[in-house]
Design a binder for this molecule. Structure first.
Ligand code: SF4
Length: 312
């Protein structure tokens, strides 16, 4: 059904929506539910998306903040964002059956933290304070790791030996902002060493590139994702930095008519934890408001797949 409003065009950014790490994490919970039924305990949100969590809850997943809430000996899944070694110790103490759904690309950053610290470096983690991924990464070698969130943090940084410093980044940062911070780190610490390949993951990078390719043509950008989804929030910021108004929506129900006044071209994307069906719903909701042309703009094809998560 097409509504009575003005004709509009949706530019659909591609890639968008689920990444390989999110698919793997959700599949880990689904498989346990298929095999054992509920309850299956999951520490923290398996991925940062309200709809994904609600659907799994309806099937018998029980999301907990900390492992104290999990009965001794029960099955528990660790979320895609990874955990500190301390959480593994707690799981062992409680005799829990752990399935680790940490994204392999987050696990790569943890391994780098351990390696860089072992060679005697101060590890500088570029990331957002309090995000579950940074909490987990900082927990690998807490006595040797410091967090920086901005260029101002870099300027204020004090390290044990400026000749022995390495950096890492959270996987879901703004590529542009992270580059600025790393440039500032290099200026302060010329001996700085970093990871052999970028820590910002392929999915984050591709979603930012895909959105950047359409923002200049769009009057408005809509990003489907949850408010605690780091990579989704970065997409909204990217559009706004390029002077295109942008909103983060959990789903089609959050679109406000006043956002669409005078808008003819809408850029549409979704963070890596947002289900593709929610994007389809947004397209349908826009079509109900008037004639709609949908054009997909593909900047990359993704073929990354990970091995399923297994019981540790
Ligand atoms: Fe892994 Fe990147 Fe997806 Fe996070 S966004 S789960 S790091 S692939």
């Amino acid at each position: 059904m097409t509504g009575e409003g003005p004709a509009r065009t949706v530019l659909l950014a591609a890639p968008r929506s689920f990444c390989a790490g999110v698919e793997r994490a959700i599949a880990a919970v689904e498989q346990l539910l298929d095999e054992h039924g509920g309850p299956i305990y999951v520490r923290r949100q398996i991925v940062h998306n309200t709809h994904v969590v609600a659907e799994l809850e309806a099937r018998g997943a029980v999301f907990v903040e900390e492992l104290e809430a999990v009965p001794e000996g029960a099955a528990v899944v660790f979320a895609a964002h990874g955990v500190a070694p301390e959480v593994w110790r707690q799981a062992a103490e409680r005799d829990l059956e752990v399935t680790d759904a940490t994204c392999p690309l987050v696990a790569k950053v943890h391994a780098e933290a351990r390696r860089f610290a072992q060679r005697g470096d101060t590890v500088i983690l570029v990331g957002h304070a309090g995000h579950e991924e940074t909490v987990g990464t900082l927990g690998e070698v807490p006595q040797q790791t410091v967090l920086v969130e901005s260029v101002a943090d870099v300027e204020a940084l004090v390290v044990a030996d400026p000749e022995r410093v390495s950096y890492l980044t959270q996987t879901t940062l703004s590529v542009a902002e992270a580059a600025e911070i790393v440039t500032a780190l290099r200026a302060r610490f010329p001996a700085l060493r970093g990871p052999a390949s970028d820590d910002i993951c392929y999915a984050t990078t591709n979603r930012q590139l895909a959105l950047a390719a359409i923002t200049d043509e769009a009057d408005l950008v809509l990003v489907v994702g949850s408010r605690n989804s780091s990579n989704s929030v970065r997409l909204v910021e990217l559009a706004r930095r390029r002077d295109t108004p942008a909103h983060l929506v959990e789903d089609a129900g959050e679109i406000r008519d006043e956002w669409l006044t005078g808008v003819r071209v809408i850029g549409l994307t979704a963070g890596a934890s947002a289900p593709p069906a929610l994007v389809d719903d947004v397209v349908s909701a826009l079509r109900r408001r008037g004639p709609l042309t949908v054009e997909e703009r593909v900047v990359a094809r993704e073929s990354v797949r990970f091995q399923p998560a297994v019981r540790a």
